[in-house]
Design a protein around this ligand. Sequence first.
Ligand code: ATP
Ligand code: MG
Length: 585
Amino acid sequence: MAWPTLHKQAQSGGDPNLASYDEACASFSWDNARAELDGLPGGGLNIAFEAVDRHVRRGHGDRLALRWLGKDGTVRDFSYRDLMLLSNRFANALRDLGVAKGERVFLLAGRIPELYVAALGTWKAGCVLSPLFSAFGPEPVRMRMALGDARVLVTTEALYRKKVLPWRDQMPQLRHVLLADAEGDALPVRTLSLDHALRQAGNDFAIVPTAAGDMALLHFTSGTTGRPKGAVHVHEAVVAHHVTGRLALDIRPDDRVWCTADPGWVTGTSYGIIAPLTNGATLLVDEQEFDAEHWYRVLQDQCVTVWYTAPTAIRLMMKLGADAVWKYDLRHLRFMASVGEPLNPEAVMWSQEAFGRPFHDNWWQTETGGIMIANFAAMDIRPGSMGRPVPGIEAAIVSRGAGDVTPLDTPMAVGELALRPGWPSMFRGYLNEDERYQKCFAGGWYLTGDLAMRDADGYFWFVGRADDMIKSAGHLIGPFEVESALMEHPAVAEAAVIGKPDAIMGEAVKAFVALKPGFSADEPLRKDILGHARKRLGAAVAPREIDFRANLPKTRSGKIMRRLLKARELGLPEGDLSTLESDEK
Ligand code: ATP
Ligand code: MG
């Protein structure tokens, strides 16, 4: 079968880091990947050392490591040396407070510079970092900090008063709260000034010798399918962050990298802190929330070269049209990538039109810690495909029976996406949920819970999360296929489909659609969209019903919560809503 293909483009700045996929796969080994990093001088491996200190040791201390764009227009620059010294100070501050190796440090803040300093300093002190979304409510914050056994919290005064104070007395193990923006008499009781602590602390710090297998990160999953899980990651994850940043995002030392994800979500840590720094590039951090015009201006004015974002943002940009993009000079932009949700073919084609280059979709999970399947710069893109496995990653489509797992080798067979365990950023457990963790493995595979297909050339195609699949009149229908067809209609900005119990068909496909500006949610439009879907998909797969919504419910990491649409449709309990961001109600 011939796939619609966007052929790889000649790049400015020479060949991509991964110039030939087949050669890169043939020559790859994780041992070689480890050798790209230095390791701690006295032995061991530490994320912060690889991200920052080693560049200073190699004479690159003056290079720009972090450029921070504040909401109020302030710009702050930090060289690699600045970050090294500041993170040393934070690590010293933790030590002065008596915080021991392995203890958990939580971050609850917007994208402020202190957050990045604290993250790096936490790793240097041998502590475990757990970043939370600052928009979480008090209960989601409490729940995660209780589960994670938080000892230290870095936050701001407003967030502390609103989200922590209400339950602080119930959590005596939380010993230290450091506020990034309060000092002296203004400090609430039982809090400390981060600024003061940093000023008091020394510039030199001998990094606590962490081993490759020591816990470094606790990341909570997005909660798209249910209660969020706490995924445990270790220091050697940095090997995968580094290599996937280099190969899948094509990061080079002279790049300006903008990962728009918040560090409260795994993408914002793996690729919004670690990978750009280990690769010696400049990390761009924008404090503001999404606004398309603002983003285009940042891309232009900051000469962003590598841009990593998510389908929700891309769909919002599509809503405004390509004309809005053309007003800006984006000649520096070299590589654009997307993660988090399926990237509809329509979005890939649109980006080609609007930016003159396509978004490269890639796939991974909180559990995998880093990119696993990707569209590489040197590869032709098949719009709608997640790409091919990262060198060093063995991926398969399998069928899970009672106790056994069978690889499905026929091209385009639908099955569960499985990965062969053993890559460095593989999660090492769900915190306090060992049974759930063990259930992810069978027959020598890690089972991802996502359904996908592989074509004859080894490209993977996302079908849907196992929980979201629809069984209708004997067909297994993946929501992605239906949503992508709906997205082709000129009026549709976003779509989500669910299976609704049906006496005859088992389940009937129901779609929820948000419209682009200028379209009105009326009967003729509904019929037109239904007609378009039927023509594209056939009557067996097309939705029977469409509801218009102003917004679709999403997680804070931007994922459509189909389970919530379904629960509401069926009048069932709504389940854990701690990560819910925008609401349709
Ligand atoms: P939870 O596990 O709590 O339900 P979640 O799975 O959404 O939440 P994350 O780990 O943030 O939490 O997201 C990983 C999931 O996101 C993947 O398993 C997959 O379903 C989806 N995903 C990520 N990237 C892609 C992609 N490129 N294409 C399709 N789906 C993707
Ligand atoms: Mg998940």
